[in-house]
Design a protein around this ligand. Structure first.
Ligand code: FAD
Length: 399
């Protein structure tokens, strides 16, 4: 008898969720994708154009290592799935501030990649999309969460079941918090420290010659020219952009003249002439804006992998059975996975992270460095906070 196709629910149709759909579909899985919006890439992934570029630091950090892997991986995905010029273009970027230098990069409209991944999963006959489906509640059918064959159900706010599968991937950015913590009771608040970081991009039609040869980054990125017929309706096809502001704790998506002015100030340090250009466009009513909310974790690294079972972890730690509880020892909630906290780097990180998660689910060995995977493990916060509570009983250990 042929083996039944494995089935996963993915909640969230941005870069994270779409990359997960593609990674699972290519492994033969069936995926049901649910999103509150009426189509894909409605949240932060509706970014008109963003930078795919390495995060350069003097000595390697988890984020710099991760972004080096992610840039190569995403470029390969773009080349495989999206014709250059139809949602992305290769470029170089000049880093002007910290760690200056010129780096290979690309300008990417995330929705082009999101749609390409979903089209690929659909072409493999692997994808069911459920739009206008705000998931209100996630429930494991056996209710204990301890069986290795859990069945996860998702419900809307009217108490209607939306879908069910043995595996669920929560890729709902900040929406993940309501689904998992508080009354949801699946994770404790400290286990999922996701924070909003609002940002606004300023942009306008490019008229005349671009004001720089290539994108420049200091505090924000100035893109002197980007051309794309897939930008929002009524927007010009060829634009320059400056952004984005970085406002911790804000959750609104209103475009404001104050945020445009902050972008002008950042641009002043990059290209004073371009800053004048931005201010003139604002005064003349030609300046466009786009604002959305990033989702960042406390340590600014993504959360990728199986969700911890904090109650079972607490019991394990209190039992003293293991003198040093490591991430690998943390009990997990069978079938419940996270792919979230992509912060300011979703274009770079979504696919690499989704590949790691899909490989874990498929039981494939990973080629990634174990310490890097541990740095992304969603159980790291639960382990840390229980170690703190445990005090003398649990001495902190690496990993
Ligand atoms: C101003 C700004 C500039 C940026 N610039 C760059 C850049 O230059 N380079 C870069 O790499 N990244 C950049 N980013 C970050 C990038 O946009 C994000 O990292 C990425 O889009 C996050 O993708 P995601 O899928 O995790 O989240 P989102 O795209 O926000 O997707 C989450 C989805 O979950 C859905 N959802 C939430 N709750 C529920 C629920 N209960 N039920 C069902 N669905 C739900 C939402 O509708 C949404 O579609 C920028 C972000 C901003 C805001």
């Amino acid at each position: 008898m042929p083996e039944a196709r494995r089935h996963a629910l993915v909640i969230g149709a941005g870069l994270a969720g779409a990359a997960a759909c593609s990674a699972l579909a290519r492994r033969g899985w069936r995926v049901t994708l649910l999103d509150a919006a009426d189509g894909p890439a409605s949240g932060a992934s509706s970014l008109p154009v963003g930078m795919l570029s390495p995060h350069v630091t003097r000595s390697p950090t988890p984020l710099s290592r991760l972004s080096a892997l992610g840039v190569a991986d995403t470029l390969a995905e773009l080349r495989r799935l999206v014709p250059e010029g139809a949602g992305w273009q290769a470029c170089e970027v000049d880093n002007l501030g910290h760690d200056p230098g010129r780096w290979p990069a690309a300008l990417v409209r995330p929705s082009s990649l999101v749609r390409a991944w979903l089209n690929e999963a659909a072409a493999l006959d692997a994808l069911t999309c459920v739009w206008n489906a705000r998931v209100h509640r996630l429930r494991v059918q056996n209710n204990s969460g301890l069986s290795s064959t859990a069945l996860w159900e998702v419900w809307d706010d009217q108490g209607r079941p939306l879908a069910e599968a043995p595996v669920v991937i929560v890729a709902a950015a900040l929406g993940s918090v309501g689904l998992l913590t508080g009354d949801a009771g699946l994770l404790e608040d400290d286990d999922l420290p996701l924070r909003p970081v609002q940002g606004q991009m300023s942009l306008a039609a490019l008229e005349g010659t671009p004001l720089a040869e290539r994108p420049q980054r200091n505090d924000g990125v100035f893109v002197p020219r980007y051309q794309d017929s897939g930008l929002p309706p009524r927007w010009p096809e060829t634009i320059w952009t400056m952004g984005s502001t970085y406002e911790r704790g804000l959750t609104h998506t209103d475009v404001s003249p104050q945020a445009h002015e902050r972008n002008a100030q950042s641009l002043q340090a990059i290209q004073p002439a371009a800053a004048e250009h931005l201010r003139a466009a604002l005064t003349q009513g030609r300046l466009l804006g786009w604002a959305q909310v990033r989702c960042a974790s406390l340590d600014r690294l993504p959360m990728v992998g199986a969700a911890p079972d904090t109650a079972a972890l607490r019991t394990l730690m209190a039992s003293g059975q293991r003198p040093r509880v490591r991430l690998a020892d943390v009990p997990r909630r069978p079938g419940l996975h996270l792919l979230s906290a992509l912060g300011s780097r979703g274009i770079t990180l979504a696919h690499w992270c989704a590949e790691q998660l899909a490989a874990q689910l498929a039981g494939e060995p990973s080629a990634a460095a174990p310490d890097l995977l541990e740095a992304l493990d969603p159980a790291r916060f639960a382990l840390k906070h229980l170690r703190r509570q445990g005090g003398a009983r649990q001495r902190p250990t690496a990993g």
